[in-house]
Design a protein around this ligand. Structure first.
Ligand SMILES: C[S@@+](CC[C@H](N)C(=O)[O-])C[C@H]1O[C@@H](n2cnc3c(N)ncnc32)[C@H](O)[C@@H]1O
Ligand SMILES: Nc1nc2[nH]cc(C(=O)O)c2c(=O)[nH]1
Ligand code: SF4
Ligand SMILES: [Mg+2]
Length: 210
């Protein structure tokens, strides 16, 4: 059984695949926050910009099998060129539910598979694009991938400590909160002085995409 908050078609807004059309499959639930506002201040991750509670979003639901899930993804992809099929598994925390069965079925249906994860759980084999976004002092178990995308600034986190890991690219993404303008300036200043880091702007929010 796989539980999704929502499944929708949009352009990837963030990181090294920004601009690419993808089915976004947002799993319900996260291991670092209940999703309830009253728990936010005491959660292991406190700045989440996403509602991942329940299955009541656009095309959300509980799918009994991997094959039912693929049918739902294909319905959202629609009739566009199937050779370009691409899906981002996000959440919530996708690695609580994404398993070998679902990866195999989605791959067999022709998708390029990306995940957005907080890195506290290992990514199963078969993923084409791994984006790890570390959260404060939560221990990272996924230490390699295509990109590490750190939301910045985060109290007590020094970006330099991640450069020893095995990622192809390193991004700082301004934290979207009431101090967003200052956060964006902090990212710009950091990237100007530390060239291994690139800025990731949440472009979907700028142009009114989901
Ligand atoms: C909602 S999370 C879901 C995937 C996974 N749980 C994770 O944290 O990577 C998707 C992406 O949004 C980023 N994100 C969450 N809240 C944000 C915020 N307030 N500002 C900027 N990026 C944020 C996360 O760091 C992650 O890269
Ligand atoms: N357009 C768009 N791009 C995204 N990249 C990562 C997202 C996420 O919430 O995981 C996201 C999202 O929610 N929307
Ligand atoms: S780990 Fe990801 S989904 Fe979970 S609360 Fe943090 S940003 Fe949101
Ligand atoms: Mg998002």
């Amino acid at each position: 059984m796989y539980s999704f908050k929502e499944i929708f078609l949009t352009l990837q807004g963030e990181g090294g695949q920004a601009g690419r059309v993808n089915v976004f499959a947002r799993f319900a639930g996260c291991n670092l926050w209940s999703g309830r506002e009253q728990d936010r201040a005491t959660a292991a991750c406190t700045f989440c910009d996403t509602d991942f509670v329940g299955t009541d979003g656009e095309n959300g639901g509980r799918f009994r099998t991997a094959s039912e899930t693929v049918t739902a993804l294909d319905a959202v992809w629609g009739g566009a060129d199937p050779s370009q099929k691409a899906v981002v598994f996000t959440g919530g925390e996708p690695l609580l539910q994404l398993d070998a069965d679902l990866i195999a079925a989605v791959k067999a249906a022709g998708y390029f598979i990306a995940v957005e994860t907080n890195g506290t759980l290992k990514v199963p084999v078969g993923i084409d694009w791994i984006c790890v976004s570390p959260k404060a002092d939560n221990r990272l178990h996924q230490t390699h991938g295509q990109e590490l995308k750190l939301v910045w600034p985060q109290e007590g986190v020094n970006p330099a400590e991640f450069l020893a890991l095995n990622f192809e690219r390193y991004y700082l993404q301004p934290k979207d909160d009431p101090q967003q303008a200052a956060n964006t300036q902090a990212v710009i200043d950091y990237c100007l002085k530390h060239p291994q880091w690139r800025m990731s702007v949440q472009t979907h929010k700028l142009v009114g995409l989901k």
